[in-house]
Design a protein around this ligand. Structure first.
Ligand code: AMP
Length: 224
């Protein structure tokens, strides 16, 4: 029987392509992409105490504390558009955050882990550029704009995310290994959750579409 509901978690190190895959999945299955990174970045643009606090963690490549993240995710997941499913992109990132899903009665159908080696991550993240106008992402090596460092759509200069400099990127990868990697075992053991490990390198060999095809095939085989 064809599946109609997808409550997905995208797990993977920074630069593994979670954001790109979340957008493709969101369009394909018509369910919202919930990127806690995007929610936090929007918060940092507010002139507020919370915005300043969050920004302090993000620019250093540190994780925002669990209590705050759990409250943010819980509020977002309670919105109407999540009723038929969602794609969690960047949450949970700690065991405490993962447990909060169960504690709040939020069940997960599938966890997709994007596996990419540290060297590739470093190359991908430090080459990443973003358009400050439309948020379109580029990579100076794998997906460059037509004109050097200018957005193809908006014609404005691309920027590097504050936390994509090499020192901070290394720290973010280290934090992934320490805090987020243990979630693989956590989800593998959790009953009712289907765990899929996907080779995220395919995005370099072919295109992100290759990774997307693999994810869809895994999800649809698991659900049939
Ligand atoms: P991302 O856009 O997912 O790479 O997230 C960017 C930054 O936002 C991370 O380096 C963290 O500082 C913060 N962040 C995003 N999601 C979480 C989370 N679930 N827990 C803690 N910090 C987070």
């Amino acid at each position: 029987m064809k599946r109609t509901e997808y409550r997905l978690v995208l797990l993977g190190p920074p630069g593994s392509g979670k954001g790109t895959q979340a957008i493709l999945l969101s369009i394909h299955y018509r369910i919202p992409q919930i990127s806690t990174g995007d929610i936090l970045r929007a918060e940092t643009l507010q002139i507020s105490e919370l915005g300043r606090t969050v920004s302090g963690y993000m620019v250093q490549g540190l994780l925002v504390p669990d209590d705050l993240m759990i409250a943010i995710a819980r509020k977002r997941l309670a919105e109407n558009d999540c009723a038929r499913g969602f794609i969690l992109d960047g949450f949970p990132r700690t065991i405490g955050q993962a447990r909060s899903l169960q504690e709040n009665g939020i069940s997960i159908d599938d966890v997709i882990y994007l596996d990419v080696s540290d060297n590739v991550l470093l190359k991908r993240l430090t080459g990443r550029r973003i358009c400050p106008g439309c948020s379109r992402m580029y990579h100076m090596q794998f997906n460059p704009p037509e004109t050097d460092e200018i957005c193809d759509d908006c014609g404005i200069a691309l920027i590097t995310r504050d936390d994509d400099g090499e020192r901070i990127v290394r720290k973010r990868i280290g934090i992934f290994h320490e805090m987020t990697f243990p979630l693989i075992d956590h989800f593998k053991k959790l009953s009712g959750v289907r765990f899929h490990s996907i080779n995220g390198f395919l995005a370099d060999a072919g295109s992100p579409q290759e990774v997307f095809r693999q994810i869809r095939s895994d999800l649809e085989t698991a659900g049939s």
